[in-house]
Design a protein around this ligand. Structure first.
Ligand code: DOR
Ligand code: ZN
Length: 358
C-alpha cells in the first residue's frame, strides 16, 4: 500500500491506483421519506454513509422535538440488522416555530439544525415560511446556540425566471438576513450557481452542500432529444458556467463546501408524469458518483475531505474513524431499483461509472 504524499491524512491508493480507501463519509442533506419508502431507500445510504442530515419535509412536516424524536425512532427501526447509522435530525421551520421549539430540540442532542423552506418552493414546502423576517426571534436563539440554519435558497415569486431564483434569493433574502444575524451559522443547501459559490466564499459562518447532479450535469441534460424528468430537481440544473464554478468549489479543498446528495426519491410514475415531481435519486451510488466527478477533475486527492471531513467540522461533530474502499472497475448504473409498489430511476441510469464501493 502506497500512501500518496500529497493526500490528506487517511486517503490512500494501492500502488496501481486501483483501490481508494477513505474515511467513511456522511451525507449532509438527505431525504429518507417515511414508511415503506424509508424502508426501501435507507439501506442504500447505510451502505455508504455513517450519518446523514435528514430533511424534515414529510407530510405533515417534522415541526418540533416530538415529531423529530418519533421520526428518528422510525429511521432507527429501519436500519438493516447489524449495520451502523446515525440519523441527524432537523426541524422544519414554519411561521409558527418558536424559540422554545429550537431550545428544546437543541437540548435533545439529536436535532442538529433547522431547515428553512420558502412556502411553496418545493416538495412538501407548503407549510414553509411566508416571510423570512417572521422567524427573526428563532434566528436570534439559533445564532446564540450556534445551531445551523439550512436554506432552500430560492425565491418563490413566479415572476422571477426559474434559473434566476437562487441568485435573487441571495440578493433579496440572504444578504439582509446576514446583516441582521452576522454570526448565524448557515448552510446554503444544494447550491447551483456561481453566485452562491461567491457568496459562500466571502462570508464567515456560511458553508454549502453540493449535490452529484449539479456537479455532473448542466441544464442541457433536461432537454436531451426529449424531456428528461429524472434530471429535474429543485433548484433546477443551471448553465455550464455554473456547473464549472461548483466543480471548482467542490474540488478546491475549501472546507466551506461539502457533500450533501439531496437524494430525493420519487417513484418512476411520479417522475414520468405530466406534472413530474422534483428530485434526483442518488442514494444508491452517491459516493461512486462523487468519485467519478473528482476523478474527472483530476482531484481524487480532495474527495475524502469533501466527503468525510468538512461536514462534521462545520457541524462541530467528530469525524468518523472507520473506512470504506472504492475499487476501480467499470460498472453500469441500473435502469431502476425496486421502490414500494413501483421503481426508482437512479441518477444517470444506464451510464458507466469507474469506481465501485467494495
Ligand atoms: O428536487 C428536490 N426534491 N428539491 C427539494 O428541495 C425537495 C426534494 C424532495 O423532497 O423531493
Ligand atoms: Zn433537499
Amino acid at each position: 500500500m502506497l500512501q500518496c504524499r500529497t493526500l490528506s491524512l487517511s486517503l490512500s491508493y494501492d500502488d496501481k491506483m486501483q483501490k481508494l480507501t477513505l474515511i467513511r463519509p456522511d451525507d449532509w442533506h438527505l431525504h429518507l421519506r417515511d414508511g415503506e419508502a424509508l424502508q426501501a431507500v435507507l439501506p442504500h445510504t447505510v451502505r455508504q454513509f455513517a450519518r446523514a442530515i435528514v430533511m424534515p419535509n414529510l407530510k405533515p412536516p417534522v415541526r418540533d422535538l416530538a415529531d423529530a424524536a418519533a421520526y428518528r425512532d422510525r429511521i432507527l427501526a429501519a436500519i438493516p440488522a447489524g449495520k451502523q447509522f446515525k440519523p441527524l435530525m432537523t426541524l422544519y421551520l414554519t411561521d409558527q416555530t418558536s424559540p422554545e421549539d429550537v431550545l428544546a430540540a437543541q437540548a435533545s442532542g439529536f436535532v442538529q439544525a433547522v431547515k428553512y423552506y420558502p412556502a411553496g418552493a418545493t416538495t412538501n414546502a407548503e407549510f414553509g415560511v411566508t416571510d423570512i423576517r417572521n422567524c427573526d426571534p428563532v434566528f436570534e436563539v439559533m445564532q446564540r446556540l450556534e445551531m445551523p440554519l439550512l436554506l432552500h435558497g430560492e425565491v418563490t415569486d413566479k415572476a422571477v425566471d426559474i434559473f434566476d431564483r437562487e441568485k435573487v434569493f441571495i440578493e433579496q433574502q440572504l444578504m439582509p438576513l446576514r446583516q441582521r444575524f452576522p454570526q448565524l451559522k448557515v448552510v446554503m443547501e444544494h447550491i447551483t450557481t456561481a453566485d452562491a459559490v461567491e457568496f459562500v466564499l466571502v462570508h464567515d459562518h456560511i458553508a454549502a452542500t453540493i449535490t452529484p447532479q449539479h456537479l455532473l450535469y448542466n441544464r442541457n441534460s433536461l432537454f436531451n432529444r426529449g424531456i428528461r424528468p429524472h434530471f429535474y430537481c429543485l433548484p433546477i440544473l443551471k448553465r455550464e458556467r455554473h456547473r464549472q464554478a461548483l466543480l471548482q468549489a467542490a474540488t478546491s479543498g475549501n472546507p466551506k463546501f461539502f457533500l450533501g446528495t439531496d437524494s430525493a426519491p420519487h417513484s418512476r410514475d411520479r417522475k414520468e408524469n405530466a406534472c413530474g415531481c422534483a428530485g434526483c435519486f442518488s442514494a444508491l451510488h452517491a459516493i461512486e458518483l462523487y468519485a467519478e466527478v473528482f476523478e474527472n477533475a483530476n482531484a481524487l486527492d480532495k474527495l475524502e475531505a469533501f466527503a468525510s471531513f468538512y461536514g462534521p467540522d462545520f457541524y462541530q461533530l467528530p469525524r468518523n474513524t472507520e473506512q470504506i474502499t472504492l475499487i476501480k472497475t467499470s460498472w453500469r448504473i441500473p435502469d431502476e431499483v425496486p421502490f414500494v409498489d413501483s421503481q426508482l430511476v437512479p441518477l444517470g441510469a444506464g451510464s458507466e461509472l469507474m469506481w465501485q464501493m467494495a
